[in-house]
Ligand binder design. Sequence first.
Ligand SMILES: [Zn+2]
Length: 334
Amino acid sequence: MSELHKFLFDGLPVRGMIVRLTDAWQEILARRASNTATGAYPPAVVELLGEMTAAATLMQANIKFNGALILQIFGDGPVKVAVAESKPDLSLRATAKVMGELPADARLPDMVNVNNKGRCAITLDPKDKLPGTTPYQGVVPLFGDDGEKLGKLSDVLQHYMLQSEQLDTTLVLAADDKVAAGLLIQRLPVKGEGNLEGTADKEHDHDQANEDQIGRNEDYNRISILASSLTRDELLTLDVETILRRLFWEEKLLRFEPQAGMLGPHFACTCGRERVAQMIRGLGEQEAQSILAERGNIEVGCDFCGKQYRFDAVDAAQIFTPVGDRAPGSQVVQ
Ligand SMILES: [Zn+2]
């Protein structure tokens, strides 16, 4: 069962989280493998998309925000786009578009950053947004401060979190065809969290105080080094209790109730016939008619879950008929 564990380091300005996706991740891979149009993901893409899915879950769980967190990579190599989405109820879905062949040992730059033009976008899409509001989006390149291509997704995201939150963050990510897992360690803001109240330097504006702390907090640095010693193999094969004991046996952890089952990370897709109808409406009537003339019906498959939506000429006519003019009892939604 997929699970998320949150913890604090007692008395220290550091928190942590570990996610282990098993059934939820296998479901995503099984749906892709059974899609006859695409077939299964190549192993290197399994690793990339699994790491993204684990990271999206950690990032969602790490912020107070009522909406979807969408982690996207727009690649300039064989992987054109990869998307992982996590919602506040920890439901998740992911997909990637792959063009052409990939060696099994392809690394991040080989997949998405061949010409150093790939980029990573993090979008926060509020659940109850007012019409006209655009979701917040942060975009970071896939190279470091000196233009060097970053080899790991965790490097890209650590960079993003340092920039966007002014907080040191350590991420360890790993995925194979059974498990997608991640460990996040983050320095807490100087103000705002209960166990740190009163320790902040009152003379400082707290943003400045946070910035001054980057890279300087000894407790965080020690715990970060411990976290970084976790290997890919350990993260994929060991249970959460064993990992935490091995890494932090000298630290005092305050654990929260683990989130698992339907309260934990789980696969869910939010696609629906009405959304596909809207998309067809977006194509315009002329384009829709020309597809109908050519193929007899319009078929749209969901990239996330594989569900197929089919619209025949009558369904399509409904889409382009204003609601008031429709025959009594007719509807576009099934
Ligand atoms: Zn779907």
